[in-house]
Design a protein around this ligand. Sequence first.
Ligand code: NDP
Length: 332
Amino acid sequence: MGFFKTLDVETGNDNKSVELDENIEKIKCLIVGSGPAGYTAAIYAARANLKPVLIQGMEPGGQLTTTTEVDNFPGYPQGVTGPILMDDIKAQAERFGTDTRWGEVTSADLSSRPFKIIVDNKKQIEAESLIIATGATAKYLGLESEEKFKGSGVSACATCDGFFYKDKALAVVGGGDTAAEEATYLAGIASKVYLIVRKPFMRASKAMIERVEKTENIEVLYEHNTKEVTGTNVVTGVTLIKRMGEADEQEVKIDVDGFFLAIGHTPNSSIFAEYLDLDEVGYINTIPGSTKTNIPGVFAAGDIQDTTYRQAITAAGSGCMAALDAERFLGE
Ligand code: NDP
């Protein structure tokens, strides 16, 4: 067997000793990730008779399982909850024979084909093609209070959850393009948006900053950090720490009904990083107009390769593209 990049997913350390099953499973198409991209790839791959195996990863169903109502996925005129939507897409993939499995890819050798993948430090799979749909994980501040209100006032997705805050007051944390975009989007729904920026300036593009400044109901709170999200059952406010010069700080309380994080995402690409072309943040670079990576036979779909749209429907669309690309590759 070839060289394996073995990474302890909890510590990030290399070379964790592993005891592998002797039996190596050989398959045509392995899909890693169980969000809309992974399952849509599975629907197409299964219908093309590629007999896909799909490894679900640490968060089966992906980011959508942490949201409530999804009103913008075509085909659900009354809306649908994120978990039900994902169950539906999974059931559709399984209807055509997708083999979905619990587990996590813990190491990968993409140096030659077939690609050698290890699941849960044990199971060995050799795949003729690989579709990576491992997504990106929204960053949170790491506050206990933030964790407590996830799904009841704390969100990392304005397009998913903004709708619920019509004429309410909201806070958005972050100073990049996402924060600027989400603040202006939310300002069109909410009565007031506080944009909490930790530095004395925003790092967003000039055009985005101008949009924020021109939006009357956005108030930018520079040099503010979040101390705590407050409320009983739902969010009712945020306690901030305002920096006042070198050593001075002041506590500030604002009343809000929702608290949105826009401090970036972490692409889940570390297991494959050694082999693939990534951008400076860690997103997988694909050949424009396709899901092809720098390695023939390895394809990337969904948020792992998308820093622009990041929607369930665009992820699903690129999952479809990845399966079609894999099918063509295997047919060549
Ligand atoms: P960025 O990494 O660009 O920005 C993250 C922001 O969050 C920064 O302002 C950062 O502050 C702040 N932040 C990080 N950690 C904390 C923390 N613990 N507490 C408070 N604030 C914190 O991420 P984005 O998601 O905004 O953008 C990612 C990429 O996608 C960028 O390249 C961006 O340009 C691009 N993008 C483009 C869009 C467009 O063109 N329409 C739309 C959205 C994104 P600090 O500045 O102090 O480090």
